[in-house]
Design a protein around this ligand. Structure first.
Ligand code: GLN
Length: 482
């Protein structure tokens, strides 16, 4: 049962071959038996899940089911869930039980999906390995002591271990695509503004975007059908019609123009990774696509610009955690200043503190123009590079990550090496473009991903391009065990 896709499970529920109660019980049992190895969940909502499953079965009998009615899924612990603790991987929010649902959560609830619980993540989504979680690191099901990537490592590991058929995630600089690649699953970061950020704990508001993780492109399309759309409660959400993202999956790829950025394929890219991408590209040529080299001249500035802009925004967003309103509060404060400083010193982990300090510095008088304003100008140049490139091509392809999953602890002492994990993913966040990661090979027994970047709001095409690849290859069907 756990090897089936969302699309297959949805058909089984529809035909009455299985009930949501049976399905939900099955996944809850797997979580209970196996998750001690992975630590992919922070909170499992067993009782609530079983109640939702019963309600879903009744709804199906009444004849008003959606494709999601009765389908179990998991939610990154960054989405506010009414009555269910939402920690964002931090001690700061350990006791926080939101009184409302994030829009994404609400939409799955309205569709009748069954939430199994909340998945582990890097603290406040800052990281690339899920090692900075206050609730302990998540382990990649593909390799003992290997990281699952991050920050959505819990969602990716849970899908890869088939503890859930699908999971929500967020991506500020790569946090959907990089863990999807390292765990051998399929993930999509939509266009900025496509999915509501309401109720999604903010890290860097101009970059954060909610998205999807599942084993196939088709399942990502089914997820996006639920998640996408205008939300008056998020002023950055875009009022554009939502297509049926499954409608174009079967379109042939004849005439598709693929661009390969020359800046990404240098001798610094490992030969094994270059080979994996080249074979994927050959597969696309066999499917009727043409390939050309393109240039993204400012690609080498993306990491530097991001590590000014993201910390600047995070330092402002995280100022709300002051021990007064909600979340953690230090014991016996002497006065207001002591309350603020000790709450923050005790409540945040070291990566979050590092970012707040960098961001505060970059925004301070005298440095603002030199760092923050400069980074914003670079951001505009990076965006323009993509706009120019898309004059000649329909999609851009690259590796998702520089290498497969690394060993836990390998990069924790050197933040800059950790930051380089996102070298291929970060510029699309700066530009606001949609991008996917699709399983595209194995290196030393570990999965690697192909990144596919599209034009603004071209998610349907990305999903089509990914789906056609998955009709021709079986990388997405490989599983780490049983
Ligand atoms: N790894 C990047 C960072 O630490 C991106 C994280 C994310 O996308 N949330 O900022």
């Amino acid at each position: 049962m756990h090897n089936k896709t969302v699309a297959e499970l949805s058909r089984d529920l529809e035909s009455g071959q299985v009930s949501s109660v049976e399905l939900t019980r099955h996944f809850l049992d797997r979580i209970q038996q196996q998750d001690s190895q992975y630590n992919s969940f922070i909170t499992v909502t067993e009782e609530q899940a079983m109640a939702e499953a019963e309600a879903a079965d009744q709804r199906r009998q009444r004849g008003d089911a959606t494709p999601w009615t009765g389908i179990p899924f998991a939610q990154k612990d960054i989405f506010c869930t009414r009555g269910v603790r939402t920690t964002c991987g931090s001690k700061m929010l350990e006791p926080f039980v939101p009184p409302y649902n994030a829009t994404v959560t609400q939409r799955f609830e309205d569709a009748g999906a069954v939430s199994l619980g909340k998945t582990n993540m890097d603290e406040f989504a800052m990281g690339s390995s899920t090692e900075s979680s206050y609730f302990g690191a998540t382990t990649n099901p593909w390799g003992e002591r290997r990281v699952p990537g991050g920050s959505s490592g819990g969602s990716a590991a849970a899908v890869a271990a088939r503890l859930t058929p699908a999971a929500t995630a967020t991506d500020t600089g790569g946090s959907i695509r990089q863990p999807a690649a390292l765990c051998g699953i399929t993930g999509l970061k939509p266009t900025y503004g496509r999915v509501s950020r309401y109720g999604m704990v903010a890290f860097a508001s101009s970059l954060d975007q909610g998205g999807t993780m599942a084993r196939t492109a088709e399942d990502n399309a089914l997820m996006l059908n639920v998640m996408a759309g205008f939300d008056p409660r998020d002023s950055t959400s875009v009022d554009q019609p939502v297509p049926d993202y499954t409608a174009d999956l079967a379109q042939p790829l004849n005439g598709l123009r693929i661009g390969l950025p020359k800046e990404y394929f240098t001798d610094q890219l490992s030969p094994a990774m270059a080979d994996a991408v080249q074979s994927a590209v050959r597969e696309y040529e066999a499917l009727g696509a043409s390939v050309r080299e393109i240039s993204l001249p400012h690609a080498n500035l993306a990491i530097a610009a991001y590590y000014i802009i993201a910390p600047a925004e995070c330092s402002a967003n995280l100022s709300r955690f002051d021990g007064v309103r909600y979340g953690y509060r230090c014991k016996n404060p002497e006065d207001l200043l002591d309350l603020y400083t000790r709450t923050r010193a005790e409540g945040f982990g070291s990566e979050v503190k590092r970012r707040i300090m960098i961001g505060t510095y970059a925004l301070s008088a005298g440095y603002y123009d030199a760092y923050y304003a400069k980074a914003q100008k670079v951001r505009r140049l990076i965006r323009q590079d993509f706009i120019d490139a898309f004059d000649d091509v329909d999609v851009i392809m690259s590796p998702t990550t520089p290498s497969p999953a690394f060993v836990q602890g390998e990069k924790t002492s050197d933040p800059v090496t950790m930051y380089l994990e996102d070298i291929f993913t970060i510029s699309t966040n700066l530009a606001g473009l949609p991008a996917m990661s699709v399983p595209a090979g194995m290196i030393d027994g570990l999965p690697v991903g192909l990144q596919i970047i599209g034009r603004y709001f071209d998610e349907a095409r990305l999903l089509n391009v990914a789906h056609q690849f998955q009709q021709a290859t079986d990388w997405h069907l490989r599983t780490p065990n049983d």
